[in-house]
Design a protein around this ligand. Sequence first.
Ligand code: CTP
Length: 132
Amino acid sequence: MRIITFGSFDLFHIGHLSILQRAKALGDFLIVGVSTDALHYMKKSRYPLFGERERMAIIRSLECVDEVFREESLDGKAHYICQYRANVLVMGDDWAGEFDWCKPYCSVCYLPRTPNISTTRLLREIRTLEER
Ligand code: CTP
């Protein structure tokens, strides 16, 4: 089974590793679409700390990841699913329901997020430490 998932994966943390490992466990080939810097800006209204090349290099180095590509548009999901011949689309449950429109192309599975950690939260915590 070929699994596909997407994300920014900026300031890589344990929640990112966990979803990628759980996604891989659903099949035997994991493909990861990493948001370009422009797409990241569109989603989060700020640029990532690490550029897309660096974020892709980190994801590519993981044992559970088999293939990495640049995700340029959120609407491109169906195109990417077909291009990479994915059988299952995995997303964190912060996106629950949002990609049900991809069901004609493959199965869609929302996995629970790791609690109490996110890049935004880490950035906030680092800023608070700096202000002390
Ligand atoms: N993710 C997760 N658990 C977390 C954080 C992220 O499972 N605690 C998952 C998301 O659901 C998504 C993938 O990791 O499928 C990439 O998420 P991304 O938006 O890049 O990371 P966040 O830490 O959520 O970033 P931000 O705080 O900037 O929204």
